[in-house]
Design a protein. Structure first.
Length: 195
């Protein structure tokens, strides 16, 4: 997928994983300069054009959304003062439909989604804040049990998530904020689950 983000700056923070690596590669391939939060590559005025926040996407990985939500608020304030910006959270689809097997993890991601929506309301109209709700992606995200309830019948790929992120940061996408775009093969549609 190609979008016109040439010359824009992007900052990434949170869990390093294959999905985030694919997002970073896609942003770079479309012309953005990407840095990691805390690496000294932050842009002037305190905020990049694009901020990607990578929450832990596997149920057995520790970590909560607190630090990422605080970073999002700080960057959103600077983006709003500048008059534009995009923030995308990478969260688990279990934040949209909780899993009985992983109640605490589901609650953490539901909290991250609620924080994203609140920030979208608080930082509009200048800043668009959205999330990509990730289902089972190869071996890197989600619970293997999710695959028995995916209408498309397979795991997704990191590239599937990267394409969704590109859609959300595309300058032509000017009217989407506060949304969770599920990239889960249909898992959140309610396909006969027993967990």
């Amino acid at each position: 997928m190609e979008v016109d983000i040439a010359g824009q700056t992007a900052e990434v923070a949170g869990e390093d994983n294959l999905i985030l690596a694919a997002v970073v590669a896609a942003l770079g391939a479309n012309g953005a300069t990407v840095s990691h939060a805390g690496s000294g590559g932050e842009t002037g005025e305190g905020a990049p054009d694009i901020l990607i926040l990578s929450h832990p996407l596997a149920p057995d990985v520790a970590g909560g959304p607190g630090d990422l939500a605080a970073l999002a608020e700080t960057r959103a304030a600077a983006m709003a003062a500048r008059g534009k910006g995009r923030i995308v959270h990478l969260v688990s689809a279990a934040g949209l439909v909780p899993m009985r097997r992983h109640p605490a993890w589901s609650a953490q991601h539901a909290g991250a989604i609620a924080a994203m929506r609140g920030l979208a309301m608080a930082s509009g109209p200048a800043v668009q804040v959205n999330a990509v709700a990730v289902g089972r992606i190869d071996e890197t995200a989600g619970d293997a049990a999710m695959l028995t309830h995916v209408p498309l019948g397979r795991a997704g790929t990191a590239a599937d998530v990267a394409h969704a992120v590109l859609f959300l940061v595309d300058p032509l996408n000017s009217y989407t904020t506060g949304q969770s775009l599920a990239v889960d093969g249909g898992w959140t549609t309610g396909y006969g689950r027993n967990f």
